[in-house]
Design a protein around this ligand. Structure first.
Ligand code: 7PJ
Length: 280
């Protein structure tokens, strides 16, 4: 079976991976409950794979401010059938959760990557991830989802995010996680104003200095709307894909997106540009 490490590769200039987002939740940021049903979520996931997604990120709890918290059993009921079916298809599956029980069951069901917006800081998460030896995305967030957008504040957002991610890498290493299994993510929109998000994207290269592959999730976030100067779904989609391309140019190894087809189109053009260039 394909592994995340081999898909990511280690050569500089290696093609980035596209992570397709599948929410099995009634109240996620953008899907508005369309994929509540496990069957629908699976159909959506398979569609994203056919469009070129290399990894599918399956989430059962929304992190949107005001979202209703979900219990362990309910989250497991939502995500496990989807994880299991996709893993059986041979798809690389990421589990978007902060709960140790969900991490464990999802990895047992075939997930190869844990995507934790709390960077393994919730009780029991670090020890559980260490015992599973799966790959982990450590994401930065200032505050917690209910209030994180109230008054985000930084002296230098890029340096503070970088220092947090480096500290989490060290904490994970100390807990027994292999450094080669760690990925980092600045957490666009998680306790950040539009200016903070723009600074992070502009200086993304400085985050690569953490030494771990960079994951970037910008797709359809509210600062994309601001940059698009529009709320039209097509404009949001195009600007999301354009920003994913910019993130890759600045060092992102994985882009987490809703619109796989358009993102893939842009990344394929980048790939062709590189491969047709005689000096590359
Ligand atoms: C992110 C995430 C992100 C990672 C969400 C949304 C909000 N995980 N989960 N990075 N965002 N690693 O998709 O709009 O940016 S939920």
């Amino acid at each position: 079976m394909a592994s995340l490490a081999s898909a990511l590769g280690s050569k500089p200039g290696k093609d980035p991976l596209i992570m397709g987002i599948v929410n099995v939740t009634p109240d996620s940021f953008s899907d508005g409950g369309r994929y509540v049903d496990v069957v629908d979520a699976l159909t959506q996931a398979r569609k994203l794979v056919s469009q070129g997604a290399n990894v599918i990120d399956v989430g059962g709890e929304s992190t949107r401010p005001g979202a209703v918290p979900v219990g362990v059993e309910q989250e497991l009921d939502r995500v496990l059938p989807v994880v299991e079916a996709l893993a059986t298809d041979g798809v690389l599956v990421s589990i978007d959760t902060s709960k140790p029980e969900v991490m464990r069951e999802a990895v047992y069901a075939g997930a190869c990557l844990i995507n934790d917006v709390f960077a393994l800081q919730q009780p029991g998460a670090l020890a559980t991830a260490a015992s599973l030896q799966a790959s982990v995305i450590l994401m930065h967030m200032q505050g917690t989802p209910p209030t994180m957008q109230d008054e985000p504040s930084y002296k230098d957002v890029v340096m503070e995010v970088r220092s947090f991610l480096s500290r989490r890498i060290e904490a994970c290493h100390a807990a027994g996680l292999d450094r080669s299994n760690l990925l980092v993510d600045p957490g666009f929109g998680f306790g950040k104003t539009r200016e903070h998000n723009c600074a992070l994207l502009d200086r993304l290269g400085q985050l690569a200095e953490c030494g771990a592959p960079l994951v970037v999730g910008i797709s359809r976030k509210s600062f994309v709307r601001a940059l698009a100067r529009s709320c039209e779904p097509n404009d949001i989609k195009e600007v999301s894909a354009l920003l994913a391309l910019l993130a890759v140019e600045r060092g992102a190894a994985i882009v987490r997106v809703h619109d796989v087809e358009l993102t893939k189109k842009f990344l394929d053009i980048r790939h062709d540009l590189q491969s047709f260039s005689p000096i590359h």
